[in-house]
Design a binder for this molecule. Structure first.
Ligand code: GLY
Length: 236
């Protein structure tokens, strides 16, 4: 039985049976799929979560809103206040919506072969940033937030989802997350992306054709990654 006590775990990590360890070589490189008998979520425990961990969890909420739940996206864009203030009623709805989205995807693809890959939105770059910080720098959600801005910029550079980057940046900022940050040198990021467990010859990213319309692409070249990272302020 899982009793998650962080927002990240309540909306994402505790649902779907993934258990894993980070290795120095990369994030979540050793793991199993083990479904819990039950997941008990009590929003009251979030009242004592420190602000940085709480905001980190909001990045996963933003992920669900952008990829799978445009009703949630509209709700957060219209008034992020109740969620940022940890209003219990608002949180119950937000968490229940994220859990419902995740449960639907996991029921379709428990073992990460197809639909579940969508839940990696923002995580390809996010995991690389965490690893380059030796898992002691950016919090998971802080890295994923930058990863979602990167994915939005990459989608736009491929002619998809016009306006997605600005919309993503606005949402993250409204939720108290940084939408920009110092990036490691591009060469280091590329080396790290090749260690991602989902690397298959080209870097795999989840992109949005539009909000609520995720696609998995495996053909992103180093040049494309490098050019978007440069544009976001990454050094050569
Ligand atoms: N956190 C992503 C997944 O469970 O697949």
């Amino acid at each position: 039985v899982q009793i998650p006590t962080t927002l990240t775990a309540q909306v994402d990590a505790a649902i779907g049976g993934k258990t894993a360890l980070n290795l120095p070589e990369g994030k979540n490189l050793v793991g199993t799929f083990t479904q819990p008998l039950a997941v008990l979520i009590d929003v009251d425990v979030l009242t004592t979560l420190d602000e940085r961990d709480y905001r980190s969890g909001l990045a996963e909420v933003a992920k669900y809103a952008l990829t799978l739940d445009d009703g949630l996206l509209t709700m957060l864009e219209r008034d992020p206040g109740p969620v940022t203030r940890r209003d219990a009623i608002a949180l119950e709805e937000v968490i229940a919506r994220c859990v419902a989205s995740k449960a639907r995807i996991v029921a379709e693809d428990e073992r990460d072969a197809s639909a579940r890959l969508i839940l990696n939105y923002g995580h390809t770059l996010g995991h690389a940033l965490e690893r380059l910080d030796a898992f002691r720098g950016r919090a998971h959600g802080e890295a994923v937030a930058l990863g979602m801005v990167f994915a939005a910029a990459l989608a736009e550079s491929r002619g998809l989802a016009p306006g997605l980057r600005v919309r993503t940046e606005r949402l993250l900022t409204a939720l108290g997350l940084a939408a920009t940050g110092t990036l490691p040198p591009v060469g280091e990021v590329l080396r790290c992306l090749r260690l991602d467990k989902k690397y298959r010859g080209g870097v795999r990213f989840v992109l949005l054709e539009d909000v609520g319309r995720p696609v998995v692409v495996d053909d992103v070249s180093d040049e494309e990654v490098g050019s978007v990272l440069h544009e976001m302020g990454g050094a050569a």
